[in-house]
Unconditional design. Sequence first.
Lengths: 414, 112
Amino acid sequence: MSLHSTNGLVHSADATAPSSFPVATILLVEDEPVTRTSMAARLTRLGHRVLEAGNGREALEVAGRERPDLIIVDWMMPEMDGPTFCETVRRDPAMKSIYVLLMTSHDQPAQIAEGLARGADDFLSKAASKQEMTARVLAGLRTGRLVRELEMTGAQLESSLVLLQTKQTEMEADLQSAATFVHSLLPQPGSPAPGLSLAWEYQPALTLGGDLFNVAAIDADHLGLYIFDASGHGVAAALRSASLMTFLRVDNILREIGSYDPEKVLREANRQFPLSAEGEYFTLWVGQIHLPTNRLSYASAGHQGVLLSPNERPSRWLTRPSSPLGFDQEAVFVSDQITLQPADRLFLLSDGIYEAASPTGEPWGCWRFQQAVEAQQHEALATTIAHCFTEARRWQAQREFLDDAAVVGLELSV
Amino acid sequence: MEITQRVSKDAIVLDVNGDLTYSNRAAFKTAVEQVKSRNCQHLIVNLEQVRFVDSSGLGLLVLLSQSFKLSQAQFSLLKPQSYVREIMSLANIPKMIPIYETEGDALTARAA
């Protein structure tokens, strides 16, 4: 094997050598020593580092070790000829993108086609002028560099994608675990107090929902209930919601306010949960049932409210216009009272259910919810709620809701 | 959602066409920032062509109203459709932001 390297020596005396072009390593494969030496000298004068090999087999060894930027290979050689060398290089994953110039003394179209088909990138006639050789070598180096850049970008993209997918999986697992925690805070369906039954369905838009509710005993005589809608979506909304849910815990409210009086709860929540810098806020409905008398007192902060569906009578909304939390620090919240009758049903709902939009953009609307509930007065509570979800899904013509959808039903026994 | 900005006497009017919702909030914010950078003394948001405002959209309007109040400028809403009006009434918006039926009324109110 004949191997001659200039070790990057730059002969800038040649006026055709582009001074700004980076030094490239070129492997010259030619069995005829005189031609090889003369070409090597030309390439060296251009400022390149030149490696030499006398046949294809030697060249493969050098190329595998040195990874040249460009290979100039003669067609006719003993051991392994130029086209076979090209085919072998193209099959090797580590070398396949090296730019290969096939050198020939002929330039018949059929031969050129064969050379290209077997893996050469370009041709160089042995009779080419110094200028043509320089131009073809420079063009080849430029193309080779672009191919390497593309390969590198592709590899970086692929590794970024893998990284992103890993992060995404981690984040989804985190969100799922947070969602499991939040769900563990939601009330158990069944009987929250003697004479009352509870059922609900909740379909968060993301894994982690921002619209939440609860029904919980305050003391032996009182049951507290609330539902709130968080404006906005995503993790930020869910975090704010978890914070409001913590605030609304019975033990916290009793410690901070002394009672679960809806009016007072709203006033304090309004103070503690201002409109965020992004314009995000909550609407909240809070109720308290005095169990011995079935007296419900309730107040709303901008919430659509709760639908009271009495047995055999038309339903009505328990709400009044009021500021959502954080809109107005001076806002006044007023409690209303009613006495619930046997078989009365209360439906607490989030905006995600009644704002479910049809394909043309029309919201399902509170009145359609009301109709769905009234049509189901004689069905079991859980069936009625499931029916509402079916109707809302039918309206929006898709299963998933774009916002958190919740319907909570509370029924007094007959 | 499409937002067109125009000058009407002493006010800048944003004619909004489409839904004012969570997914459109960036476009609305951009339009409002442009108006603010012009040191606007009265912004009128025309809701005539807005079919739906969700809770996020409402929050943006309230945030805007608070920011205009701070800079002692006027912020008004124009001709909300009935569904939007219903949503706004429930949240007491009319008590915070003046709502007008005609552009003339909005302009006169400012002048007075």
